[in-house]
Design a protein around this ligand. Structure first.
Ligand SMILES: Cc1cc2nc3c(=O)[nH]c(=O)nc-3n(C[C@H](O)[C@H](O)[C@H](O)COP(=O)(O)OP(=O)(O)OC[C@H]3O[C@@H](n4cnc5c(N)ncnc54)[C@H](O)[C@@H]3O)c2cc1C
Length: 421
């Protein structure tokens, strides 16, 4: 099909952005026989600034799509534990619960590889048309304000505007979503966004199968992470709340390089390490802000819908899960009315319902943990006790295993148990 024919055609769905959220939406829709146009501004394989942690939730959706075995073709690390280091240098390592059907909790694998596993399947799919190097600039609307397509231009070569039509537009274009902006939706407030940076180092000493979270001054309630990549490399980064930066906090990249050179709990690990490549940065829009995620003829998924876990900063799992939920809602809307154009929000209610039931409770509990993590004395107490007291250590293990256990941070009993000798 040439580009004029692509412009003429009415697709069931246009998916803007081919990251995890967009690829998952496109694949679930296409597997159900829907015609999908995927518009992606870069060219794959492409890098994505990330900590590269790929958890149980992500593994589940990758398995659903029949792609899990492809991880083995790439370099990866296996994660079994998490080590937390308090501001005063106390350290505790606890096992993560294994991912469903696995003997370990998750992987560390570079996003250039994971995202490309999904994207290559998108490219192969007969029901999906893909345009790379195409940047969407705005959403086309009908006289009633409903989304009916998108307009944009190629980022390579001819740059004249081109538009495409569909029954629904899926905004999966990440933290700086052009779809969200064009729909007039507010950005996530700065108190609900991390400004995060990461780089790669080789030769960091003491790497294991544990991801490491250093709660250090100047970063709280965020943390500095060291994630072993399984090939002698480490993904090292940190996230600081954007609202703290606005109040005059130091740039995250400066805090990171300073910590690596000077922090007493960190610098020795990097004594023989070399940085590989540059430090990259990007925003992390947290799910502590409840952003509108559907309207007439449109849905938003993943970072475009502000769905990142506010404590861990993990967003790939929720991007994949929201992409899957959005696709299922669209498929069921078209079962109810196969000619719907644009698909009305009244037929898409399963989407926000599933996000509310399956994703929001965990994000709400993580937000409680995030707010507590602002207090260094609490982190010192909590991690210090977990390092020495089996009952407190078990509390951490329970909190990692169950979202409900995280709720306990609201209970006075939780603090009493911590304070008891
Ligand atoms: C430093 C850092 C560390 C992180 N660490 C982790 C981690 O370890 N584990 C984890 O799970 N999550 C982590 N996250 C969060 C995670 O990266 C995101 O939540 C995840 O990438 C969201 O996926 P997505 O598909 O919604 O968006 P993205 O992955 O951002 O994909 C969006 C896609 O849309 C394309 N696009 C953007 N604009 C347009 C446009 N106008 N037109 C066409 N295409 C467009 C982009 O090129 C991109 O391919 C981290 C984030 C940062 C910044």
């Amino acid at each position: 099909m040439d580009s004029a024919q692509q412009s003429e055609k009415l697709y069931d769905a246009i998916v803007v952005g081919a990251g995890p959220g967009g690829s998952a939406s496109a694949l679930f829709l296409a597997n159900a026989g829907k015609s999908v146009l995927v518009l992606e501004k870069s060219r794959f394989p492409r890098e994505k600034v990330c900590g590269d942690a790929f958890s149980g939730k992500s593994i589940g959706v990758m398995r659903d799509l029949g792609l899990l075995s492809q991880i083995e073709k790439h370099s990866f690390g296996i994660v079994r534990c998490v080590t937390m280091i308090s501001p005063n240098g106390k350290r505790v390592t606890v096992p993560f619960p294994p991912a469903k059907g696995m003997e370990f909790a998750g992987y560390t694998i570079a996003r250039i590889d994971t995202d490309n596993i999904f994207f290559q399947e998108v490219l192969r799919h007969r029901n999906i048309t893909v345009l790379q190097n195409f940047q969407v600039q705005s959403v086309l609307k009908n006289g009633l304000g409903a989304a009916i397509g998108v307009e944009g231009a190629s980022t390579a070569g001819a740059r004249e505007k081109q538009s495409f039509k569909a029954r629904i537009v899926v905004g999966a274009d990440g933290a700086a979503s052009a779809v969200s902006r064009s729909l007039g939706l507010p950005n996530s407030p700065l108190a609900h966004v991390y400004s995060a940076v990461r780089g790669y180092w080789k030769g960091v000493s003491g790497l294991s199968d544990s991801i490491e979270l250093y709660f250090i001054d100047g970063v709280l309630p965020g943390y500095l992470w060291i994630f072993p990549m399984g090939n002698g490399m480490a993904n090292v980064g940190l996230g600081i709340l954007s609202s703290d930066l606005q109040k005059g906090g130091r740039h995250p990249a400066a805090v990171l390089t300073d910590a690596i050179a000077n922090h007493p709990a960190i610098k020795d690990r990097f004594a023989s390490a070399q940085q590989v490549g540059k430090i990259g940065g990007w925003s992390i829009p947290n799910g502590s802000f409840k952003k509108q995620n559907l309207g007439e003829g449109w849905v938003l998924v993943g970072d475009a819908a502000s769905l990142v876990d506010p404590f861990s900063g993990e967003g790939v799992g929720n991007a994949l899960a929201s992409g899957k939920f959005a696709a299922h809602a669209i498929i069921s809307a078209l079962e109810k009315d196969k000619d719907a154009n644009p698909i009305p929000s009244s037929l898409l209610q399963d989407y926000p319902k599933n996000v509310d039931v399956y994703l929001r409770p965990e994000m709400a509990n993580s937000y409680k943990l995030q707010r507590l993590s602002r207090f260094r004395f609490l982190l010192n107490l909590f991690i210090g006790k977990a390092a020495t007291k089996p009952a407190a250590r078990q509390m951490v293990i329970d909190m990692l295993a169950s979202s409900d256990a995280k709720k306990k941070v609201e209970s006075p009993l939780f603090y009493l148990k911590l304070l008891l000798p």
